[in-house]
Design a protein around this ligand. Sequence first.
Ligand code: ADP
Length: 270
Amino acid sequence: MPTSLASVTPLPQDDVPFYAPVGAECAIFEHAYRNQLPLLLKGPTGCGKTRFVAHMAARLGRPLYTVSCHDDLTAADLTGRYLLKGGDTVWVDGPLTRAVREGAICYLDEVVEARKDVTVVLHPVTDDRRTLPLERTGETLQAPPEFMLVASYNPGYQNVLKTLKPSTRQRFISLAFDFPELEAEAAIVSRESGLAQDRCIALVKVADALRNLKGQDLEEGASTRLIVYCATLIKAGLDMDTAVRVALLEPLSDDPEILNGLVRVAQIAI
Ligand code: ADP
């Protein structure tokens, strides 16, 4: 595989979004980038996937185009479309096309949510052709070595209709994400919120207890993102019980009985 990338100027360390590695994910990302391999990040919501991609894009000095996929997202939303501008019809590139033209990183967050026709544009750009056919304009773009496609999805959602077809998933190398160990997660929460680390440990313990309920009463446990919200509220002066309730418990369920159960689980964990 060629590794003749145009030289990139890494950003000063201060401009690189903070990301605390949990394993070898930074090295794996860099190898994937340098060898022009698309990357799939699998893991629960709020565990650091988006931050990781922002961090790596900045480290590698590449622009980043992030698309939050939803069930109305079509191939044209990614590639582009003709729009009327002052009486003229002009072609406007979508984020994927822009990323291919500029040699940027394109991140498709929750890719399984997108409409099925999206796979039609993803397939040629994720295998060794690395081409993006633009049906409407008749162009076929050849992706430069600096272009990289990264996608994420959450295999935890128990929805058989929302899963990736093997023909799509086998075009990506895959990296599984999970929540960090207690101390590491508390350090992340402390750094993000400014709350002292020992107080963050108590919050991570609550979140861990809630995560253990996943699959029983809860579809998803409390994410690192929610713990950061909770710690931010406490740091701002809100009392711990209220912060835990609004940031760690209420976002998990709307069922009053389940919420009562969660309150008890949290009380025991604290
Ligand atoms: P995802 O994309 O997996 O849903 P995010 O990347 O948005 O999750 O992470 C949510 C928040 O959690 C981030 O904004 C950041 O504050 C925090 N976070 C989670 N993991 C890490 C990590 N390893 N390093 C730094 N921050 C993290």
